[in-house]
Design a protein around this ligand. Structure first.
Ligand SMILES: [Mn+2]
Length: 318
């Protein structure tokens, strides 16, 4: 499915921007650095620009220290956006979309197709899968650094190969990555056996707010700004906390409500089996995937919690 035009555009360009969304996850950082490290091998001049910090656990990936913030002005021949369903999620990096041809590479169902070329494959488990296929079209050999980046993107977006997005293609790609030197147990140690103390304190706090609705099919938790600040947590510490609610027996929909700055509430949506949480999140201006989505809305934490739970109950009643 890799478009020849995309490969040619990249081959013909030299100064290449690589952008992705704020609140970066493993697929974001892994995809960006896999492409960055490949373009370096091709003697290009790439630059990864992110309007956020690189989470601690992904700093082991090669050249993560070369990622810059969207501060300066640059000249680019080409702008590649990875894993970003909506240009607004680029934060301040959105300004670089004016700098040239934009290739939008992603796997979110509701991608707004803001690129000049849009390479969207919602069947891909991770953007890193699409990036892998793209890199295979380049005239370079995969190396361990590139493979670790792709593996990280895939292992995190599939929840360690647990989710329905995991396909035989996912496993074929990861087999090839292992063939090229990736040692899964080493990556697991860095990514999953390396939690900050703050994260564990935040988990404990969030679990104490667990609430069940609609015959225990909905489990929700909250993280107030006060508890977040008191613990001294970072954004990345919130990653994965929602899974504790989803992973309870009988729960179909898990919700995490987090107070962020300026009276905004960030909502995480997860489902286990059949509810399309992307649809629910879209009703509130968000989106994502069928089993994992997010939205940010203004308002009071308790009101929003009640409103979203009512909406989910309506969906479950259908
Ligand atoms: Mn992704």
């Amino acid at each position: 499915m890799i478009n020849k035009k995309v490969v040619k555009l990249i081959n013909d360009s030299r100064n290449i921007a690589i952008l992705s969304h704020i609140m970066p996850d493993g697929d974001n950082i892994g995809s960006c650095l896999a492409l960055y490290n490949s373009l370096i091998k091709m003697d290009k001049n790439p630059l990864v620009i992110l309007d956020d910090d690189v989470p601690e656990i992904y700093k082991f990936l090669k050249n993560s220290d070369k990622i810059v913030k969207p501060e300066k002005e640059y000249e680019f021949d080409l702008v590649i956006v990875l894993d970003c369903g909506d240009a607004e999620r680029l934060g301040k990096s959105v300004k670089y979309l004016k700098n040239g041809n934009v290739i939008n590479i992603d796997h979110h169902i509701n991608n707004t197709r803001f690129g000049h070329i849009n390479l969207i494959d919602e069947t891909a488990a991770a953007t890193a899968e699409i990036v892998y296929k793209l890199i295979k079209e380049f005239d370079i050999q995969l190396d361990i650094d590139i493979c670790q980046c792709i593996y990280t993107g895939i292992v995190t977006d599939t929840g360690q190969f647990q989710y329905s997005n995991t396909s035989f293609i996912t496993h074929e790609i990861t087999a090839d990555l292992i063939r090229n030197g990736v040692e899964p147990f080493k990556l697991y140690k860095v990514i999953y056996q390396n939690n900050s103390k703050e994260k564990i304190k935040l988990i404990s706090k969030a679990l104490s707010t667990l609430r069940f609705d609609y015959e225990d099919k909905i489990a929700s938790m909250i993280i107030t700004k006060e508890s977040f600040d008191t613990i001294g947590a970072k954004d990345e510490d919130v990653d994965g906390i929602i899974n504790f609610a989803r992973d309870i027996k009988g729960v179909e929909v898990a919700l995490l409500f987090r107070e962020i700055d300026n009276g905004k509430i960030k909502i995480g949506f997860r489902s286990k089996d059949y509810v399309n949480v992307n649809e629910v999140a879209e009703k509130f201006g968000g989106g994502g995937h069928k089993r994992a989505a997010g939205a940010i809305i203004d308002g009071d934490l308790d009101n929003i919690r009640n409103k979203i739970i009512e909406t989910v109950i309506d969906v479950l009643r259908r």
